[in-house]
Unconditional design. Structure first.
Lengths: 259, 398
């Protein structure tokens, strides 16, 4: 009965349409899977060629709060000089005898941090350099609506300046305050581990200028690297572990007052 | 840029305690307050319209068309504050071209498009198609041209076609209800999914946003209905107005309960962030939360609307009070969005200090621009009411 109602041309039209729609659907299902297979291959290849996985160690016991790293970072990466934009900064923690905790970071620590609490009131004091934690499960990467921020194959969280729409969602998503909106480029800005330097075999600017070797940069996959040695020797901890972002910046001597 | 820096230096001098140095600049301002506010008005207005259509609350009939057009007028503007806040607005299309599937904001773009194109426009079209055909025969000039084009060449006006329109429109509304829930629940998720911010990160955020959206949308339609009736010099259907007020009361009770639950949960659990949130609520958000959102926006409307369920004053007094309560609720929900968006950025993620919010008047993020985004939908609504007045629709009865 139905065959009589539908003429040949129409049937052909339906068949072609169905084939087209089905094909498109199948393609859109297969395409991402293909990508998945490809990325797996890439990981396998990376491991073979020993693609580095960059990370940083910060030795709080060694930091003297001179602020050279902050200065170097601003110069190296054209970070605006105003005191609202930092790819790295140093926090000075002072635990007073009455239990109060004073945290300071005037101008991010540029020019050196000075103690403002009288000696007799201090229980303990220490410096904590901060920077992007290059999280393995980075909330900023998860939140970016266009995929302008991403993790490079060697584990560095980067921003594509030509792609970022400047919505600030990544800044809201970062638990560490490590991102800012660059007033010149008008895109999200952050520490890149000086990607332009490390890809040439150099160290990040902050690491290079540190007079006390409080920052240790290296390849987490290289068991002979200084970073891995640092992590073997010291009980290291990451910031805000409870947020499960799996940072690749590891601290030695991290006190519970640090947030 | 110098002006911006000056603004930031001012904020720097007002920092209380310790904040991360990058936090002095508040990245989300008035525009991001308006975005969930306007989107909420849309979802709320649509849900009120659906009550009439799907749940056959016939007494709401006079507001059905108004509610739909109000939803459309505000939906057309909903994304504009968002786009005007972007540092690179011309790249905003990338959200649709290359969306990041893990981003709440990216997926919102599609939820918005679905709601605008599939739900709202289609529903209005099915609702008006027959009228467009009839009106195209009796009008002149621009109106005639518009009606002819918008019929999309489907010119049947017989009973059969009207029935089909009605059935398809009903089907769209049925899809529309979960879509409206999705639209605004999703806006809540944009904030609720940010684990870095303890003021935002609550699983109740989508549902709180949804119910506050319904509250604001119902209040808006109530006001629009009163103003339009007054302009048209027609008598307000008090039964309809009383019913809207009753729905407003019920949804307001649910909304207030949910928000209270959220706060009680915070207070009882008293997690790491509790100390700073306590100071935030009692200090920086004192006026906007306790006075504007809870006092004016919630408690007074709850008491008055509650009282009206037992004791009804004269129609004249009720009308005036409904108008005032509607305005109070709209103000209250605006400040609810304010307290979420601005409040969530006033304290540092170091949980050790506060920054401050300074109002700017000019520029893309200023209050003048904000006023434009709030007034523009009213102009669009006026235009839509002129172009397709719901009260001139030719009634069709099954």
């Amino acid at each position: 009965m139905g065959t009589n109602r539908i003429n040949k041309d129409r049937r052909k039209f339906f068949q072609t349409s169905a084939a087209l729609i089905g094909g498109t659907l199948a393609f859109s299902i297969i395409k991402p899977l293909e990508l998945l297979a490809q990325s797996k291959n890439e990981v396998a290849k990376d491991e073979k060629t020993e693609q580095p996985l960059w990370g940083m160690g910060v030795d709080i016991e060694k930091c003297i709060g001179c602020g050279k790293c902050v200065e170097a970072c601003k110069l190296e990466n054209n970070v605006p000089r105003e005191p609202f934009y930092f790819r790295t900064w140093i926090e000075q923690y002072t635990v007073k005898k009455d239990g109060d905790v004073k945290i300071e970071s005037p101008n991010g620590g540029i020019g050196g941090l000075k103690q403002s609490v009288p000696d007799e009131d201090i229980f303990k004091s220490f410096m904590v350099p901060k920077l992007c934690n290059h999280c393995t499960d980075a909330p900023c990467v998860q939140a970016c609506p266009v995929g302008a921020t991403y993790i490079s194959p060697d584990g560095v969280v980067l921003v594509d300046e030509t792609y970022c729409i400047g919505c600030s969602y990544c800044i809201q998503a970062c638990p560490y305050g490590a991102r800012f909106m660059n007033p010149v480029t008008k895109v999200a800005d952050k520490c890149t581990f000086c990607y332009h330097r490390i890809s040439k075999g150099l160290e990040p600017a902050c690491v290079e200028v540190c007079p006390t070797d409080a920052r240790i940069f290296g390849n987490l996959r290289d068991k002979k690297s200084d970073l891995v040695a640092f992590m073997q020797k010291h009980p290291t901890e990451v910031l805000k572990r409870h947020l499960n972002t799996s940072p690749r910046v590891f601290y030695n001597g991290l006190s519970s007052e640090v947030r | 840029m110098q002006e911006h820096f000056q603004h930031l230096y001012e904020a720097l001098s007002q920092v209380d305690g310790y904040i991360y140095p990058n936090e002095i600049d508040l990245h989300w301002g008035l525009m991001i307050v308006l975005y969930p506010y306007i989107t909420g008005l849309v979802a709320g207005a649509f849900i009120l319209a659906s009550l009439e259509r799907v749940f056959h609350v016939k007494v709401l009939k006079p507001t059905y068309g108004l509610a739909l057009l109000t939803a459309l007028a505000f939906l057309l503007v909903a994304t504009l504050p968002l786009v005007s806040h972007l540092q690179h607005p011309f790249r905003s299309y990338e959200i649709f071209m290359t969306p990041n599937s893990t981003s709440a904001m990216a997926i919102f773009g599609f939820v918005y498009l679905w709601y605008l194109m599939v739900v709202l426009l289609l529903e209005i079209w099915f609702d008006y198609r027959r009228d467009f055909v009839i009106w195209s025969k009796s009008s002149k000039g621009f109106k005639k041209f518009f009606y002819k084009i918008i019929t999309l060449g489907i010119n049947e006006t017989d009973e059969k076609s009207a029935k089909l329109d009605d059935r398809l429109g009903y089907f769209i509304t049925v899809i529309g209800i979960p879509s409206a829930f999705l639209l605004h629940g999703y806006v809540g998720f944009i904030f609720g999914s940010i684990k870095a911010n303890p003021w935002w990160s609550t699983v109740l955020m989508p549902i709180i946003f949804l119910f506050s959206a319904m509250v604001s949308g119902i209040a808006l339609v109530m006001l629009v209905y009163m103003v339009v009736s007054w302009v048209r010099q027609v008598k307000i259907d008090m039964k309809c107005l009383d019913t809207i007020a009753k729905y407003l009361l019920v949804i307001l009770i649910i909304d207030f309960t949910l928000e209270s639950l959220d706060q009680i949960h915070r207070i009882y659990e008293a997690e790491e962030s509790f100390d700073i949130i306590k100071v935030l609520v009692s200090g920086k958000l004192n006026i906007t939360l306790f006075l504007m959102q809870i006092g004016i926006g919630t408690i007074i409307p709850l008491l008055v609307l509650g009282l009206f369920q037992f004791y009804k004053p004269s129609e004249k007094i009720r009308k005036i009070i409904y108008f005032i309560i509607g305005a109070f609720v709209l103000i209250g929900i605006f400040f609810m969005r304010w307290n979420v968006v601005i409040g969530g950025q006033l304290f540092s993620k170091s949980l050790s200090g506060f920054t401050s919010f300074n109002t700017v008047y000019s520029g893309m993020e200023g209050s003048i621009m904000g006023a434009v985004w709030l007034i523009l939908p009213l102009f669009i609504l006026t235009f839509l009411l002129w172009l397709m007045p719901p009260w001139k629709k030719v009634e069709f009865h099954n």
